[in-house]
Design a protein around this ligand. Structure first.
Ligand code: ADP
Ligand code: MG
Length: 366
């Protein structure tokens, strides 16, 4: 009899709070109804075998060495992180499949890492805490692959609940479940702008550095410590106009996350939508991380009657969200396709989502 352990964990979409994570600020993601699924079963000796059904590829590893950025690193990196934390799982065969679009800003990477962590937790009976699971998944990305991402993606994938958004305080890593159940006459549309965020690496590092330099110049541990009331004074003390724009985005964006939570508490969807749109303008004008495909999607959404719309994710492409009256979805999709065609952009993809459940472990026996 073999016993297979399965981990299932979703992609996520961040409703609001962009580039606030590494400034010790706030983010507000929901889990998607699209998941990665990893099955762990006994391996041959100490060998680690990883198969991706999407890619049709298998790798076999006899050692785990950090540094190489390959697709299997998101899986092997979790094993490595667990070893670093004192849990040697030994040889194992890991098979993965996922319906989270790769590289679209919906965190197929965290879905994969978290599904792996959950599968291994069950497979090796590690009984990890939620925070240990999140850390193993995040360490895979930061430590094994060397990608300096923040704490949101893995915690969203693991901890989100159905019909809730997850407020994460990136300084304390404390979370609050915020009810997020759309009324029947509204939909949350996800637009795949078909522009993968390939050039984002250097831009991301530069913005992070600008924020750190500005915080140092202002004498605060992180930009989280500057309030909107203090913003004008803080900006007057910065001499670099680029830092001024970056700080203005981060400080106002943190405030928008908290305002968004108030709006949700009041079920004030127009106010919530307006905050999404303001976030987009701030990313476009101050953080300078949007591109023509995403700006066009937001414009068309608003012209089609959206209550609000914004790019989500690190920037330079990826996904746009739009909060739309349900009866405008069809017209929006048609208008967007026409606008993209007119500009010669690749045809966009439009789907809708709701706030779905976070990761789970599942035991399969045969
Ligand atoms: P995002 O997380 O926004 O989807 P990333 O660039 O962070 O984009 O992660 C995408 C990478 O994760 C892919 O390029 C691939 O290396 C890996 N990945 C995600 N899902 C799979 C999968 N099903 N099979 C193989 N690799 C995957
Ligand atoms: Mg990712």
């Amino acid at each position: 009899m073999t016993s297979d352990a399965v981990g299932i964990s979703p992609g996520r979409v961040n409703l609001i709070g962009e580039h606030t994570d590494y400034n010790d600020g706030f983010v507000l993601p929901i889990a998607l109804d699209k998941v990665a699924r990893v099955t762990a079963s006994p391996g041959e000796g100490d060998l680690v075998t990883i198969t991706s059904e999407q890619l049709g590829e298998t790798v076999t590893l006899d050692t785990l060495e950090p540094g190489e950025r390959a697709w299997w690193g998101y899986v092997a990196g979790v094993l490595w992180a667990l070893r670093q934390a004192g849990h040697d799982v030994g040889g194992v065969e890991l098979t993965l499949t996922s319906d989270v679009p790769l590289g679209g800003g919906l965190s197929s990477s965290a879905a994969l890492e978290c599904a792996t962590a959950l599968a291994l937790d069950l497979y090796a009976e590690l009984d990890l805490t939620p925070e240990e699971l999140a850390q193993a998944a995040q360490t895979a990305e930061n430590g094994f692959l060397g990608i300096p991402t923040g704490p949101m993606d893995q915690r969203a994938s693991l901890w989100c609940e159905t019909d809730h958004a997850l407020l994460l305080d990136c300084r304390t890593l404390t979370t609050t479940q915020v009810p997020f159940a759309l009324p029947d006459d509204l939909v949350l549309a996800l637009v795949d702008t078909r522009s993968p965020h390939v050039l984002a690496d250097g831009h991301y590092a530069r913005r992070r550095e600008a924020c750190e330099a500005a915080a140092a110049a202002l004498g605060v541990p992180a930009l989280r410590d500057v309030t909107v009331a203090e913003l004008d004074d803080a900006l007057a003390r910065l001499s670099d106009p680029e830092q001024v724009r970056r700080v203005r985005h981060v400080v106002t964006e943190n405030a928008r996350v908290l305002d968004a939570i108030s709006a949700l508490g009041d079920a004030d969807w127009p106010a919530f939508g307006a905050l999404l749109t303001a976030s987009h303008a701030s990313m476009r004008d101050d953080y300078e991380i949007t591109v023509p495909t995403v700006d066009l999607a937001v414009e068309v959404a608003l012209a089609s009657g959206a209550l609000g719309s914004r790019m989500t994710g690190g920037g330079f492409g990826g996904t746009v969200i739009a909060l739309l009256p349900a009866d405008r979805l069809e017209a929006f999709t048609a208008a967007l396709q026409a606008a993209y065609a007119e500009r010669g952009f690749d045809a966009p993809g439009v789907t809708t989502t709701r706030a779905a459940a976070g990761g789970i472990e599942l035991s399969l026996r045969d």
